[in-house]
Design a binder for this molecule. Sequence first.
Ligand SMILES: [Zn+2]
Length: 469
Amino acid sequence: MSTISQPPHAASRSADDATTPVLIRGARPYGDAPTDLLLRAGRIAALGEQAAATATHLAEDGTPALTVEAAGQIALPGLVDLHTHLREPGREDAETVETGSRAAALGGFTAVHAMANSTPAADSAGVVEQVHRLGREAGWTRVQPVGAVTVGLAGERLAELGAMAESSAAVRMFSDDGQCVHDPVLMRRALEYVKAVDGFVAQHAQEPRLTAGAQMHEGAVSAELGMPGWPAVAEESIIARDVLLAEHVGSRLHVCHVSTRGSVEIIRWAKSRGVDVTAEVTPHHLLLTDEQVRSFDPVYKVNPPLRTAEDVEALRAALADGTIDVVGTDHAPHPEQAKECEWVDAAMGMTGLETALPVLIATMIETGLMDWRRLAEVTSERPAQIHRHAHLGRPIAVGETADLVLVDPAERRTVRPGEHATKGRNSPYAGRELPGRVRATFLAGHPVVLDGAPATSRTGRTADRTVAP
Ligand SMILES: [Zn+2]
């Protein structure tokens, strides 16, 4: 049973029209030639010479624009994450919608999809509406709740998918992420039900019997360390089954956090057959391998586990060539006691929102595997399309929603989890130098991040306190 409490001062200001216009000077959209952008009333109002001219006219009429100097910075569409764990309700010691969505803004994300494994699970209209409302009140990023496939993520009976779809949260993505929907009959029914709401099932592909007690990727390193292994086939067999089920019922399947070379091959095969399947990879599976587990540092314990260098290479190639459609962070904050312990006792998961873009720059841009335009496709355009967000993930063009991120590709920084906005300190990149820094994030034209730090949210919140509206 869930209770929804109304906060005493629910901020409800609709900020689109009230926001001060913003003139961004000298930014490079997708790394192209520098140009000016004018953001006004929630949209990109003008580009190039027209932007500065319009800003001058507005100032003469008594509406001066905020000017953001962006020389050398790349402008990208705001990032859209299909895979975020915000932990609220129930595990506010690990993360809240406010801290998680502020971390998202600092990472350049203007929309995140909150996975359903909260406590209680987001398996009813009441809980998804609560998460949706908390996201709006925070105002740092758009928070779109994901609905559970089964009641309590228990894998026994279907949750009320229709009620969540018809709720004010308008759920379209259903996932038991953290748990695999392993019963093929339930999976088939879920795929059939979501068709009626133009939704899709996002599967956490993990055959439970093949991974009972597993601690890390099954291979040479697990054998050497004497750790129970997690075979690639446990992921691949579920993906193979599910693409065939999706084909059989004519429904949409999304595969969460693909981690093996074999999974890539199955998805490539399914797409060549015309199966309506999309796939996601996390930043950490594009950079880290099971070699990290030799340290026995639980910060590297994650589900699915870190795989081999050969898998990493296949995942990078698949993301570049479109076999894998999107990057999802699988941001999974945990309280310190869940990670500062023996490996076998530690929780699985890593933080990711504030490091995703730097990891992608290191693994995909600096390696020459993709350009900035392709990066915008996999981090913004495709995830928005998969969820059918008509006005998000749009190109940088006049008239489009002013969800934008400015990133300085030249700045290199050492990751210090203690400085992150997320409550989670479980970043696998602590102490590692990564390229690229988010300098500014604009949510419907409102600067939620400026100079690499939180500004004010659309509902007037600052990093430390809530400003009374
Ligand atoms: Zn998962």
